[in-house]
Design a protein around this ligand. Structure first.
Ligand code: KG4
Ligand code: ZN
Length: 341
């Protein structure tokens, strides 16, 4: 029998403070404290985020241990997000994880947030299947949009990425134009379910190969809304569902076109999605259909492992633990970090 391995994961890269305990690959707890403070500013305010992490981190870790019914002395290692993310936010998790590992005299494991989004697929869960290698992962979040070829747990190659805004930003900025609070992605998804996706047409960006661009789309949506509101001040209110459905449809079309291109280029038909935007109902639906239409095998993460969470950090820590990849206590947070570094 495998010896029991308990990993505490800590995530603090942006505006969610999260802690999770994983036992031999199974999630025992995954506690997330969202920071409401940013919604009225239309985006994350870095200084407020790090202050909130400071307040949240100890209770969140204590709650994660209590829910898992694990004492800190049972922990095998502490895994934490090293980057990429907001420096002030990362420093809170990094310092906390270092102190805890030092105090408990257990290994410290640094985790790359982008790798962790992908490796969330390897959480042991009866309801979800784990991807076979090699697979293509479309990582879509508030900060990143990447197509990654994953050869094994730790060998990943970015085949394409955004040259400007991330897809989550496209959702959030469009929502802001419509007067919706931050983060607007889930709200666009919600209203889109009641609207006509073909009501309005937005121009899709022309960017080569497997790269993405979303800043032009955002400007296109802004000009379209401004023009309509000049003619009818109630345009947004009267057509919110159709506007949201059309924006979402355009974004999902862009993502699907790139995925098809990636399959054509690599010949790999094992397709996963990861990151906050993979919570989107339309992209999840379209991927499920792709199983039937294109013969792909698709891997759609459980809803709770899409947006930022510490279970994905803990599972990556667990895989690194099995691989004997530990960090020195001198490791530092890094705001910019490639998927493999
Ligand atoms: O991965 P994540 O939690 O944080 C980053 O690492 O960036 O992703 C957050 C992003 C936000 O832009 C949010 O609006 C978007 O994910 N998001 C969604 C949905 N749920 C979260 N976008 C579209 N539809 C959703 N259902
Ligand atoms: Zn993320």
């Amino acid at each position: 029998m495998q010896k029991p391995i308990y990993i505490l994961g800590i995530e603090s890269s942006c505006d969610d403070t999260s802690a999770s305990v994983i036992y031999n690959g199974k999630v025992l707890s995954n506690v997330i404290a969202n920071q409401e403070v940013h919604s009225k500013y239309g985006g994350v305010v870095p200084e407020l985020a790090s202050r909130a992490h400071q307040q949240n981190i100890l209770p969140v870790v204590q709650q994660a241990l209590a829910q898992a019914k694990v004492t800190k002395n049972q922990l095998s290692a502490v895994a934490f997000t090293r980057g990429p993310g907001l420096m002030g936010s990362l420093l809170v998790g990094t310092s906390f994880a270092k102190s805890l590992a030092l105090g408990l005299e257990i290994p410290l494991i640094d985790v790359n947030h982008m790798q962790a989004h992908i490796l969330a697929h390897f959480i042991d869960d009866e309801d979800s299947k784990k991807p076979n290698f090699p697979f293509i992962c479309l990582t879509i979040s508030g900060g990143h949009t990447q197509i990654v070829k994953v050869t094994n747990h730790f060998e990943m190659k970015v085949l394409g990425e955004t040259i400007d805004d991330a897809v989550g930003e496209a959702f959030d900025k469009s929502a802001k134009i419509l007067g919706l609070p931050y983060p607007g992605g889930p709200l666009i998804d919600k209203y889109a379910q009641l609207g006509n996706p073909k009501a309005y047409k937005f121009t899709q960006p022309k960017v080569g190969d497997l790269d993405f661009s979303f800043s032009g789309l955002k400007t296109g949506i802004l000009y379209f809304i401004q023009k309509k509101v000049r003619l009818n001040p109630d345009f947004i209110e009267e057509n919110l569902n159709d506007i949201c459905a059309s924006i979402q449809y355009t974004i999902v079309e862009i993502l699907m076109a790139k995925l098809k291109n990636a399959v054509k280029k690599t010949g790999i038909k094992q397709i996963a999605i990861a990151g906050g935007v993979s919570a989107n109902s339309a992209i999840r639906e379209r991927l499920q259909l792709a199983e039937k239409h294109f013969g792909w095998t698709t891997y759609i993460p459980k809803f709770e492992y899409t947006t930022d969470n510490a279970a994905m950090i803990a599972i990556t820590g667990y895989l690194k633990y099995l691989n004997h990849t530990f960090s020195d206590v001198s490791v530092t947070a890094k705001a910019r970090l490639k998927v493999i570094e």
